[in-house]
Design a binder for this molecule. Structure first.
Ligand SMILES: Nc1ncnc2c1ncn2[C@@H]1O[C@H](COP(=O)(O)OP(=O)(O)O)[C@@H](O)[C@H]1O
Ligand SMILES: CC(=O)OP(=O)(O)O
Ligand SMILES: [Mg+2]
Length: 409
């Protein structure tokens, strides 16, 4: 902890992680990085929206169901919950509000205090992040309206990946066309990849500058990254969060000609294809379920459709582990994180199986342990560690926000 910050009157940070139909939030006390309140608003825009709020100080949890029309209404509902706990946004103890912004393009390589120019640039990037950036913008604008005097800080999913070499970031298309339309690999989930690669180094008792890590962020959206001595050198998501691994509802990698074929021969419109690949593909498209828990349950009951979806998911994951092994040349750890990575032991086991030639294995007993802490699940003395490292995007956003606001004070 920084002793200067400990004496600051304003030491709380509210973090807003606005997704396309949800808002996750946390209020943290940055003197010890403890969580004061946390919650989630889901299914925004539907009749059955749900707000789940926990106050860590009192141990109280509240849940409301009912229509929440948009992100603006969602944020106002969150502000009311915080006020009920005596943690309202009007508190002088609040130092800043940190926002996850999914697409920062090439422009934003670091967390940034929001001003009109920053807002305009996030807005210009909407065409390459149509599901995410509009929600992030609404979050920022509503927060500004509630506390116009407070610094609003944007923390970009893309920032950690801006260290990628051109050989990894460029697609093999004519550079003039690419530059005109800002087509390149940006990568996403960067806050998570940064946090998890650092925590993995810590777990190994090393400095991040001493280790090479393959991070597998497997949530609803999923991405892999190759992190060399603390810097990202490749990642599986591309210009948008559609490329790469098989995800909950997104296809990941696909022959681009499939799109021409669906349009020309299948008679589908571009919007229909977009919806198909982003919202009705991946695990959901393959077997009708996007939740790994449900897929495992079906497999246990002998469901072949679910088993094939699982195999396709694992095959893609294994390919990326191999690819990033080759990109890095030497690997110290493979780290599994996010909802699936942290909880689904069969996914870790299947993805690593058969990779003993690369020095990779999981110990079945260690892998079966359920715990919230970072841990190694490879056999003792293995050449490469396989680790489970819980991600904490909200803590990372709060830390970056507080550091920036402190610098500017
Ligand atoms: N116990 C579990 N076993 C297997 N999968 C799980 C478990 N808990 C959560 N998951 C998976 O995690 C996913 C959500 O991950 P999360 O990182 O919260 O995603 P996101 O932040 O993208 O919404 C769920 O869809 C589910 O598939
Ligand atoms: C960028 C991205 O895919 O985010 P999420 O996993 O939250 O959808
Ligand atoms: Mg997530």
């Amino acid at each position: 902890m920084n002793p200067v910050s400990a004496t600051r009157a304003a030491h709380r940070v509210l973090v807003l992680n606005s997704g396309s139909s949800s808002v996750k939030y946390q209020l943290l006390d940055m003197r010890d990085a403890s969580r004061l309140a946390a919650g989630l608003v889901e299914r925004i825009g539907e009749q059955t929206s749900r707000l789940k709020h926990s106050c860590l100080a009192t141990g109280e949890t509240r849940e409301h169901t009912g229509p929440i029309a948009d992100h603006d209404a969602a944020l106002k509902a969150v502000a009311e919950e915080l006020t009920r706990d005596g943690l309202g946004l009007d508190s002088p103890e609040l130092a800043a509000i940190g926002h996850r912004v999914v697409h920062g393009g090439m422009f934003f390589t670091e967390p940034t205090v929001v001003d009109d120019e920053v807002l305009a640039e996030i807005e210009r990037l909407i065409p390459v992040a149509p599901l995410h950036n509009p929600a992030n913008l609404t979050g920022i604008r509503t927060a500004q309206a509630l506390r116009p005097d407070l610094p609003q800080v944007a923390v970009f999913d893309t920032a950690f990946h801006t260290t990628m070499p051109e050989s990894a970031a460029r697609y093999a298309i004519d550079p003039k066309t690419a530059d005109r339309h800002r087509i390149r690999r940006y990568g996403f989930h960067g806050t998570s990849h940064a946090y998890v690669s650092r925590e993995t180094a810590r777990l190994l008792g090393k400095d991040p500058s001493e280790v090479n890590v393959i991070v597998l962020h497997l949530g609803n959206g999923a991405s892999a990254s190759a992190v060399e001595k603390g810097r990202c050198v490749d990642t599986s998501m591309g210009m948008t969060p559609l490329e790469g691994l098989v995800m909950g509802t997104r296809s990941g990698d696909l022959d681009p000609a499939v799109i021409f074929h669906l349009a020309r021969v299948g008679g589908m419109s571009m919007d229909e294809i977009d919806t198909l690949l982003n919202k009705r593909s991946g695990l959901f498209g393959l077997c009708g379920d996007n939740d790994m828990r449900e897929i495992r349950r079906r497999i246990d009951e002998g469901d072949e459709e679910a088993a094939l979806a699982f195999d396709i998911y694992i095959h893609r994951l294994k390919k990326y582990i191999g690819a990033y092994y080759a990109v890095l040349g030497q690997v110290d750890a493979v780290a599994f994180t996010a909802g699936v990575g942290e909880n689904a032991a069969p996914v870790r086991e299947a993805a690593i199986s058969g990779l003993a030639g690369l020095g990779l294995a999981v110990d079945p007993e260690l892998n079966a342990v359920r715990a919230d802490r970072a841990r190694i699940v490879s056999p003792k003395g293995a050449r490469v560690a396989v680790a489970v490292v819980p991600t904490d995007e909200e803590l990372e956003i709060a830390t970056q926000t507080y550091a920036l606001v402190g610098k500017n004070n």
